[in-house]
Design a protein around this ligand. Structure first.
Ligand SMILES: Nc1ncnc2c1ncn2[C@@H]1O[C@H](COP(=O)(O)OP(=O)(O)OP(=O)(O)O)[C@@H](O)[C@H]1O
Length: 226
């Protein structure tokens, strides 16, 4: 179980997360939904340990979450361009034998001996995905993982995430596409201006769009403008 308790975070004076608490069970996928600037990436970066924890606690199996228990696929991936994919994976994950690398690389169409400089956006994303799969951590974070992936890779990634869930991983996932979240998640957390506005259970997914739209007044402005 992953327990996030009373997390608050500010960039200098700007409070972007306020008293965020939620839990995710082993073998569960929690979707995180929120408008631009709601604080999704900040929340995930805090959980992943990329930002310093100022207020609140993050517990995994009743102990503080260590970086050795978590892997995150970030929205933007950064690579040293003159490494080959194989060299990158070697540096990133060492000599881990957990995974059949050639078969994975072939399935994901990653040319292991090519320099990353020559990779497309989707290829870079799949390389980053492969690196976190090799890490094989119990808590996995996917921040907008489908962005930039072609149709086939998106299908594959969805299946990969579902298989990780079946293996008991704890998964946090963001997407701006509601159907992506409703098609894969057990529950969806609605993050509004840095606070947990609501957590939708699976049974209420069909009402999410209607409930969220009740909040939006911008359509009135649009109708006035056009
Ligand atoms: N490095 C930073 N320094 C200062 N403010 C930041 C920084 N990163 C994000 N912010 C601010 O924190 C708030 C939350 O940003 P965050 O990126 O977490 O939102 P998000 O929900 O992931 O947004 P999006 O959907 O646009 O990716 C925003 O107001 C943003 O301007």
């Amino acid at each position: 179980m992953l327990s996030i308790n009373h997390l608050s975070f500010s960039y200098v004076e700007n409070l972007v997360l306020e008293n965020v608490s939620f839990e995710v069970k082993n073998g569960e996928i929690l979707g995180i939904l929120g408008l631009n600037g709601a604080g999704k990436s900040t929340l995930l970066n805090l959980v992943a340990g990329f930002l310093p924890l100022a207020q609140g606690t993050i517990q995994f199996q009743n102990a503080p979450l260590s970086q050795q228990s978590i892997a995150m696929l970030e929205t933007h991936n950064y690579f040293y361009p003159h490494l080959t994919a194989q060299e990158y994976l070697h540096i990133f994950v060492g000599n881990s034998q957990i995974i059949d690398l050639p078969t994975w690389a072939e399935m994901l169409d990653i040319p292991l001996n090519q320099e990353i400089e020559d990779f497309s956006t989707g290829m870079k994303k799949k390389l980053a995905l492969l690196s976190i799969l090799i890490l094989d951590r119990p808590v996995m974070i996917f921040d907008e993982p489908f962005n930039g992936l072609d149709l086939e890779s998106s299908f594959l990634l969805k299946e990969i995430i579902l298989k990780l869930k079946a293996k008991g991983k704890i998964i946090l996932l963001t997407s701006h596409v509601l159907e992506t979240l409703t098609g894969i998640c057990n529950r969806i957390l609605w993050l509004k201006k840095g606070s947990v506005e609501r957590i939708f259970e699976y049974e209420s997914f069909e009402n999410i769009e209607k409930i969220l739209k009740e909040d939006w007044t911008k359509l009135d402005t649009l109708h006035h403008l056009l």
